[in-house]
Design a protein around this ligand. Sequence first.
Ligand SMILES: [Zn+2]
Length: 306
Amino acid sequence: MIIRQLVRRTPLPALECGTQIALLKTMTGVARPNSDMAEFREVFSKAKHIAIITGAGVSAESGLPTFRAASGHWRKWKTQDLATAQAFSRNPSRVWEFYHYWRELALKATPSEAHRAIAECEARLSKQGRSVVVITQNVDELHRRAGSKHVLEVHGSLFRTRCLSCGDVDASHHSPICPALEGKGDPDPNCRDAAIPVKNLPRCDEGGCDGLLRPHVIWFGETLDSHILTKVEKELDACDLCLLVGTASVVFPAAMFAPQVASRGVPVAEFNIRPRANMSRFTYHFQGPCATTLPVALERHESEVI
Ligand SMILES: [Zn+2]
């Protein structure tokens, strides 16, 4: 399985050679661009297992910044430079300030029309014996808050922590996650680090452990959770329609998911706000805000029996 060879989270520009890029091109081939929504809707109406792969573009429509590879900044740092184990080891206070800022934004955000359309589609199709799975690179839990039940979060969640001492993984939606982060995390480039002592950062309360907690997200250079990847592989192998929504597909291994499906001859429909340089990679491409295009694509088809 190809994605097994690329389980380390890597931004595309950091790849040293064109191996993976060449692989992508080989797998996806070349097809005529097709933006025929009526034709897509016919395919959608017959699909039994739909995999919806989502990225930062879906959350952007809820007002969340796209902290993705090479583009986002917090204060004067590139966010991809903060999302590493090395950055956390050097300066856990700074990294926790950044994640606190992101958590607070996510807590205040509301699911977009795209999130809601996906959740509504899953609920409706499940009554017809059809399945929808969301495979998301987003860590903000907005799919779950919109009502999606079958969600695979390949990069973890802002609202889970992992203890560096005992390894315990726990959920926390507290605002702030600890008293010392109250009012911290201002993204202004002129804002100085809060330099919070490590003992006042989020700590493990499991059986008196008191170890330092880190966000339970997959940082750049880290390996994806093998249990999640196994589930993703199963879904990608089983789906008979795949939607790729709001992602520029620049972070591996998630960038390989849709090409892997396309290589089986399964239709893939891409929904993205920007025209793509290589927009003919997949069967369908719909340009525009996914909060506009997706509800139209996923609304009840006239052939559906409720
Ligand atoms: Zn612990």
